[in-house]
Design a protein around this ligand. Sequence first.
Ligand SMILES: [Zn+2]
Length: 151
Amino acid sequence: MLNAGEKACLAELREAGLPARQALARLLALLRDEQETHLTLAEVVEIAGKAKLPIAPPALARHLEALAQHRLISRLPTATAESVFDTVPEPHAHLVYEEPAQTVDLHVSPATLLAIIRHALDAAPNQVEVLVRFRARSIGAGRNRSAPAAS
Ligand SMILES: [Zn+2]
């Protein structure tokens, strides 16, 4: 039996055009409930294990890929070979600190984002790199997330 959060995730799966399977809905609900929003596969395997979710690591990897492809989660651009998934599906900015290793979500207005970038460039001009990512269009038939409306 699914709880309310898992049922909501089941509806999200349907809306995104993914098969509405209970295990996948439980995985998405676990990711949505997790306080840390940037997770590697190894971390998701650990979270799923603690929750006794019966999904083997290779299947978990496939599920994460499918969730990312359908924009229910996203993929964080990283310099490492290992994928980092972002459980916040909406486009947002990140501050990535190499030392200490930390990634911070920024859910701010464009004006605030520009002010933060300007401040960072002023404070540490030789230490700041800016990456601007243009997301691909969503392949799901679902909600209007980041894909511009077709005309
Ligand atoms: Zn993020």
